[in-house]
Design a protein around this ligand. Structure first.
Ligand code: HH2
Length: 258
């Protein structure tokens, strides 16, 4: 899954793809490089972010979705039902909701009324404050219990289970150690019976691991290392900013591990 943030302030590609034409070019390039789907987002959820109103999110993503329609398989990264509905009209195949249907009471209905796939992600707290002091007794069992509960909720709301994937939410209310423990013990999440998405790409835990306590991003090499490890532990979808490098690394890992 390639990432295209049509935002001024995303933690890694903020501003780079804020212009719709640039975002469309980036999405096409990611498809050519081997992405199966491109995740288009119009709101940053980086630590400390405040969020944007639906009108602004729509203004950012709609021109991009219109251009990609019928050409590039698209996922819409949104927690807002109005944005999801419009994206689904414009051909989006997956709704990637970082709030796991907790952000907008109409989101479950919006997804259920379509035949779209849904990604349910774990987050402790909210983006504005989530990195203040994240705490768990056992991060993996708590994330697994949360995802199982959200899966049950989504199915109860009419979204077929076979259309749902789960995501531990790397960096969303988690310390460096929590993030790596989630990948190390990923089989406890795949045991829930649904495909697991991992988005470690460029996240600050990678920069912190390499010795910079103030890092806000991570290197490409560290991102690829984390993605290959997640793949080896059972991740099905890797959400990444650098598609070509990840596709090459994952093809080699697949050949070696198959
Ligand atoms: N991470 C981000 C955004 N959406 N969705 C899923 N399912 N999993 C993730 O790990 C995930 C996500 C944050 O990364 P990015 O979109 O690059 O940054 P920003 O939120 O600053 O736009």
């Amino acid at each position: 899954m390639g990432v295209v943030n049509v935002t001024p302030d995303s933690f890694f590609d903020g501003g780079v793809n804020a212009d719709p034409a640039t975002a469309v070019t980036a999405a096409r390039r990611m498809l050519a490089e081997g992405a199966a789907i491109v995740d288009v987002g119009g709101e940053s959820t980086r630590p400390g972010s405040e969020g944007v109103v639906p009108e602004e999110e729509l203004r950012r993503v709609v021109p991009v979705l219109e251009s990609l329609q019928g050409e590039v398989p698209v996922s819409i990264d949104t927690a807002k039902a109005a944005v999801a509905r419009r994206a689904l009209q414009l051909g989006a195949e997956l709704v990637n909701d970082v709030t796991a249907l907790r952000g907008d009471p109409e989101m479950a209905e919006a997804v259920g009324a379509s035949d779209a796939y849904l990604c349910l992600m774990h987050m402790q707290g909210e983006p504005r404050t989530m990195q203040a002091d994240p705490r768990y007794d056992d991060v993996v069992s708590e994330v697994a219990a949360f995802l199982e509960e959200r899966l049950t909720f989504a199915v109860g709301a009419g979204i077929p289970e076979e259309r749902i994937c789960l995501d531990p939410g790397i960096g969303f209310g988690k310390t460096v150690e929590h993030n790596f423990e989630l990948v190390r013990r990923l089989p406890e999440l795949t045991a829930l019976g649904r495909p697991v998405v991992v988005g470690f790409s460029r996240k600050s835990s990678l920069g912190k691991l390499l010795g910079d306590p103030e890092a806000t991003t991570g290197t490409l090499a560290a991102s690829v290392g984390a993605a290959v490890a997640a793949y080896e532990r059972g991740a099905t979808i890797l959400r990444v900013h650098d598609v070509r490098d990840h596709v090459e690394a994952l093809l080699a890992a697949q050949a070696a591990l198959a």
